[in-house]
Design a protein. Structure first.
Length: 273
């Protein structure tokens, strides 16, 4: 599944092609994906200009004067900027045309979403899908103090807490494993048993890991394709993720794998206590 770095890479890829551009037409080839498309989307967008792009967690945002589009890439979705006469393939579900180019959403497994939030409905942050999200990990509001305060009564494992998204948003499975390794924290440690100093290390590890992944174009996930048709390279620098049985890059001990909440966690028994 595309995680925060992949969504941010996508946002940065489409932004220069669509920001300040006016929508000429919208083509919907099905009624929806995970949820129905707004049936009046062509009328809502025709003649409207993209004022800015944004991201909230794993949601890509396209802002117009009268509202915003929320896009979730689901398990296998991606966006491409293409010439307007590019033939549509089987899983190309929606096109937003800007005259001489088209923003195309492709989603083979159809777990993605494209929704509309009208400005008349109030602050976008109060949208039901966004208001439950935790703080952005790359924002000034995110630090070790925030993690420490939020976890004093939380007995859940720290890896599970990071994935839940209600304290900090967008730290998906790959990046949670990598961040916990860098901070020297075992993924099964109860959140309430981690002290402030270690949470400061974890917050910095999360920021460093996400920034590095964005810089390298994200990870080469099974279904993720960047706007330019290429995948990222962050997987080449994994310390523990998907490296079960391989030597730890720091101490040489074999990396181990466990299951937590139906997800795989990778860690080093020597480096993570």
């Amino acid at each position: 599944m595309p995680e925060l770095p992949e969504v941010e890479v996508t946002r940065r890829g489409v932004d220069p092609h669509i920001c300040g551009r006016t929508v000429s037409h919208v083509i919907m080839r099905r009624s929806g994906l995970r949820w129905p498309f707004p049936p009046d989307l062509p009328d809502l967008l025709r003649g409207q200009t993209v004022l800015a792009t944004g991201r909230r967690g794993k949601y890509l945002l396209l802002h117009f004067a009268h509202g915003s589009i929320l896009i979730h890439l689901g398990m296998s979705g991606h966006l491409r900027v293409l010439p307007p006469n590019t033939p549509a393939a089987r899983h190309d579900h929606i096109d937003i045309l800007f005259g001489d180019q088209v923003l195309r959403m492709t989603d083979p497994r159809r777990f993605g979403a494209l929704l509309w939030h009208s400005a008349a409905d109030g602050d976008l942050e109060q949208h039901p899908l966004l208001r439950v999200l935790g703080v952005e990990p790359l924002s000034p509001q995110f630090d070790g103090q925030l993690l420490y305060r939020a976890t004093r009564n939380r007995s859940t494992a720290i890896k599970q807490l990071l994935l839940a998204g209600n304290v900090v948003v967008g730290v998906g499975n790959i990046y949670a494993s990598e961040s916990l390794f860098k901070a020297g924290i075992h993924p099964k440690t109860q959140a309430k048993r981690i002290g402030l100093a270690r949470y400061e290390l974890l917050a910095e590890a999360i920021r460093e890991t996400l920034r590095a992944a964005i810089k390298q174009g994200g990870s080469t996930l099974k279904d993720f394709i960047g706007v330019n048709g290429q995948s990222g390279y962050f997987q080449q620098s994994y310390f523990v993720y998907d490296r079960e049985g391989e030597p730890c890059r720091i101490c040489g001990q074999a990396v181990r794998q466990i299951r937590q909440g139906q997800r795989s966690s990778f860690y080093c028994v020597q480096c993570q206590k």
